[in-house]
Design a binder for this molecule. Sequence first.
Ligand code: FES
Length: 241
Amino acid sequence: MLNTNTLILENIEIASQVYKMTLDIDLREYKGEFLELSVKGFSLRRPISICDKGSKTVIIYKTIGNGTLEMSKLKKGDYINILGPLGNEFPIVEGNEALLIGGGVGIPPLYELAKKLIANKKKVTILMGFNTKADVFYENEFKELGAKAYVSTMDGSYGFKGTAIDLFNSLNLSRDFCYACGPKLLLLAIEREFSDGYISFESRMACGFGICNACQINTINGPRKICKDGPVFKIGEIIYE
Ligand code: FES
């Protein structure tokens, strides 16, 4: 786990209130799905999923509070302190095909997963759900990787009209297994539709590595910490409250 100041190479808005930050750091040799970022003036770090681990690292985040709003003001050439990578990762399982389902800013960690699946010679299909056309991002990036990408919007302003689950139900895809990340409502629907697979559970966090108990949830195996035991859990493992 690193704790280091990192040069920002790019910090641009790619959809409504959604920013892509490229960091001048190579994290490929480090396991972990997210980073804790330190924002000036805020004591608590912000947990943000890693979208792309390459010779540079890409994170994508939405400005949902004052901390992320402050992050969005950082410019190329500024530095940001990162702690991580933290948490576990989606496992690569047997089989030739993989279905990925994501909602909004739950989609970024599925990009790193899609890269790994495609590197393992698997055919990847991703269903991406957004509220409206202005929220859509990374459709082309998934297609450029070689994935089949489908988009839905709640208001029908782009792609299929409805949720990512409505989109799934409109396609003739296997219900055997999926990987998913997104808001709780999407994950609950995934848990109903699929008996096997993995979800990445988003949560408020504080320390990010298992010390403060801020992220505890109940599972069929007892209490677990999302930051340390997750954020990736098996479908059927979490007890939703
Ligand atoms: Fe502190 Fe998970 S955020 S234990």
